[in-house]
Design a binder for this molecule. Structure first.
Ligand SMILES: [Zn+2]
Ligand SMILES: [Zn+2]
Length: 338
């Protein structure tokens, strides 16, 4: 079958790959749409990962059920499904305490296992969510991304949300803006260097936008709060400067949630953090409950996704990776379609 094969840093190739075998418990999906994630790009650019090379990436995908193992029940030919790509063990102490996103034995479909940058992929039946009729397969490819933002908001320790700053307006940042709006925040400030992304953030709920390439984002956002700082910062850029900015932007007792990966060492001023009782929190993926809520939010149009999407054929995947890694321009989320 045709696949987009990851060969190593800065090297993906469209070509032939072996057909998936359907193991016990598994369902065969014909992939309709698969998103390129920030994590895929980090690995493409050389971030160390335990993912095989050559291998098939792609963990943000939806498609149609076309076959299943004898021991699987509950599916019909043509069922429209989205894949929750974290295969967790269910038995470790994290899984058993409801934190399957922190599973000690986690395997990622589209990471350690072959993913959705292919015509077909076999996945555990337990990894599938059926889609409501009013959600297209293309829209469904963004559910995984939204679920990550939903989980990030669960890390907020600052109580009722009145003000938020979002640093970085990729797909995660723009979902964070929309979730902050849903949560009732009156002030939603966004910093970003790409003008198209700032415009998109504004269109989808940001009350203030700052081009961090032209002005000091921390100064500009603090000025909006008379210097006090905001309740919540979502750091969705993964750079040292935005991580430091996140702590500088908080009001005393505020929460900064670090969502983006990024290997750049990032010094934090603890003399500012300790006496102001700041909360600094990481956030990792999502649970099944977050995933289910993300489906509902998209299906109810409480979160808007269509303007973020650029569709490309899977065979153009190598070009898509290179463009996103170097100069994304007006692209925010690229969906590859086999
Ligand atoms: Zn992802
Ligand atoms: Zn586990």
């Amino acid at each position: 079958m045709k696949s987009l094969i990851s060969m190593g840093p800065h090297h993906v190739e469209f070509g032939d790959w072996q057909e998936p075998r359907i193991l016990p418990g598994q369902v065969l999906i014909e992939v309709a749409a698969c998103g390129i994630c920030g994590t895929d790009l980090h690995v493409y650019k050389g971030m160390p990962a335990t993912w095989p090379v050559p291998g098939i990436r792609g963990h943000e995908f939806a498609g149609n059920v076309i076959a299943w193992a004898d021991d699987v029940e509950g599916f019909q030919d043509g069922d429209r499904v989205v894949v929750q790509p974290l295969v967790y063990c269910g038995g470790c102490r994290f899984c058993r305490s409801g934190q399957s996103n922190l599973c000690a034995n986690m395997v990622l479909i589209g990471g350690e296992q072959p993913g959705g940058f292919a015509e077909r992929v076999a996945v555990p039946g337990s990894s599938l969510f059926k889609l409501p009729q009013n959600l297209s397969l293309k829209q469904a490819a963004l559910i995984e991304t939204l679920a990550t933002s939903v989980h990030a908001f669960e890390q907020n320790l600052s109580g009722i949300l009145r003000s938020a700053a979002v640093l970085g307006a990729g797909a995660q940042g723009i979902f964070a803006v929309q979730l902050a709006r849903l949560a009732g925040a009156k002030l939603i400030a966004v910093s970003e260097t790409l003008p198209h992304r700032l415009a998109m953030a504004q269109k989808l709920g940001a009350t203030h936008v700052v081009n961090a390439g032209c002005e000091d984002a921390v100064e500009a956002i603090l000025a909006l709060t008379d210097g006090e700082g905001v309740d919540l910062v979502i750091e969705a850029a993964g750079k040292a400067v935005t991580r430091q900015g996140a702590t500088q932007l908080l009001r005393p007792g505020g929460t900064a949630i670090f969502l983006a990966l990024g290997a750049e060492p990032s010094p934090i001023d603890f003399m500012s953090l300790v006496p102001r009782e700041l909360h600094l929190r990481g956030t990792q993926c999502y649970t099944d409950a977050n995933f289910a809520l993300a489906i509902e939010l998209l299906a109810n149009r409480e979160i808007i996704v269509d303007p973020l999407i650029t569709e490309m054929p899977l065979e153009a995947g190598a070009a898509a990776f290179e463009i996103l890694a170097t100069n994304p321009g007006e692209m925010i989320k690229v969906i590859l379609e086999p």
